[in-house]
Design a protein around this ligand. Structure first.
Ligand code: PMP
Length: 391
């Protein structure tokens, strides 16, 4: 008995044993030469994972919401205008967050399961002078993936800073921060980065740092102020000790191992593997007659899937039955459709064996709920997926 079920929720995810082993090593001083070297290494590797050779990385103790906070609070001042592009729960969170700092928010909301049309974004940018716009690369509540390329280009064209919430995308979905002209790209440790929760990670462009340096009022959040953290990040990269707030040393040690593994796989291979796994999972679901929340397969995420329940199946009966069959998956999150779908994360360490177990457990859960389907068809669709060979 291994005594545990497979964790397949869209974050936190299961970490590689080498990552967990690094986390369990004796805690070091945050000014010890060994820790300074680890932190410097992580900062340099983040530039490679974010594909942002010119960016300034930040590694701070906190969750993804702190990364969201830090990404914008350094750039906005009370009275500024911001455009929030929302494809679900986490897009909406940016509306709340920015309003708290006295920013005037215009929200462009895509219908549930759909993506915003860049033409509608451009129409808004023409109407008003925005300081910043935010969008969620993959909204974890809908599994919708927004294309950052036209949004980055629009940001440059209209002189508007772009903030990409990549909590459910970075290190899984293709994201090329510098080439795509994204000003701040943020994530957290517990998703495709593959480290337990507790690190807020973001990379700011040179342009974002210039805008921050030019601000007229103090940053409204003490802990998230780049003034406190930039000298610390710069010192660590230069191999020198520095302090503002105690870094999560064990998590940073685990991050180093995970980033090395990510870069050993290679970003292009990693993006392709996530796409292949996602396609296999989604094919497995359609083979047993289940549809998705994203309206268009082209804009469905590769890091997770949001799958609609068939007629007569409820989360209250289905989710515990899937767990009993060996896999932990998540219920719905978007308030408007919460009870109509479930979510499965397949990012980071997820492999072919995990998919087979999960789809098998989903089939058992559906059977327990009385849904009539061809048993084994989902598993067969996954195992027949040639693209998964070697995954
Ligand atoms: N943005 C997205 C897209 C997320 O999926 C999440 C977490 N699920 C967050 C932001 C917030 O991150 P955290 O829960 O780590 O604060």
């Amino acid at each position: 008995m291994k005594g545990r079920e497979l964790l397949m929720i869209p974050g936190p995810i299961e970490s590689d044993p080498a990552v967990l082993s690094a986390l369990g090593q004796q805690t070091s001083s945050f000014v010890a030469p060994e820790f300074i070297a680890i932190m410097g290494d992580c900062l340099r590797m983040m530039r490679e994972v974010w594909l942002s050779p010119d960016g300034q990385p930040f590694i701070i103790a906190g969750s993804g919401t702190l990364a969201m906070d830090m990404a914008v609070v350094n750039l906005v001042e009370p009275g500024d205008e911001a455009l929030v592009i929302s494809t679900g729960y986490f897009g909406d969170r940016y509306e709340d967050l920015l309003s708290r700092y006295g920013v005037k928010v215009t929200k462009l909301e895509a219908p549930v399961g759909d993506v915003p049309d860049p033409a509608d974004v451009e129409a808004l940018l023409r109407q008003k002078r925005f300081k910043l716009m935010t969008f969620t690369h993959v909204d974890t509540s809908t599994a919708v993936r927004v294309d950052p390329i036209p949004l980055g280009a629009l940001g440059r064209k209209y002189g508007v800073l772009t903030v990409l919430d990549g909590v459910c995308s970075i290190a899984g979905e293709e994201m090329r921060q510098d080439e795509w002209e994204i000003d701040v790209a943020l994530t957290a440790s517990q998703k495709a980065i593959g480290v337990p929760a507790g690190l807020a990670l973001l990379v700011a462009s040179k342009h974002a740092l210039e805008v921050w340096k030019d601000r007229k009022t103090p940053v409204s959040n003490y802990y998230a102020d780049w003034k406190n953290w930039l000298p610390v990040m710069e010192a660590y990269e230069a191999g020198k000790p520095a302090y503002f707030g105690t870094p999560a040393t064990n998590l940073v040690a685990a991050l180093q191992v995970s980033l090395i593994e990510i870069l050993q796989e290679g970003m292009a291979t990693r993006f392709a593997r996530h796409a292949a796994i996602s396609e296999a999972f989604k094919n497995g679901m359609s083979a047993i007659g289940l549809g998705q929340v994203p309206l268009n397969p082209q804009t469905a995420a590769h890091t997770l899937s949001a799958i609609r329940y068939p007629e007569g199946v409820t989360g209250a009966a289905f989710l515990p039955a899937v767990r009993k069959a060996g896999a932990i998956i998540a219920g719905g999150l978007h308030s408007r459709i919460k009870d109509e779908y479930f979510r499965v994360g397949h990012m980071g360490t997820a492999n072919r064996g995990d998919l087979l177990t999960t789809v098998g457990a989903i089939e058992e859960g559906l059977a327990a709920c009385g849904y009539a389907f061809e048993k084994g068809a989902g598993v067969a669709a996954v195992s027949g997926q040639m693209a998964l060979d070697g995954v």
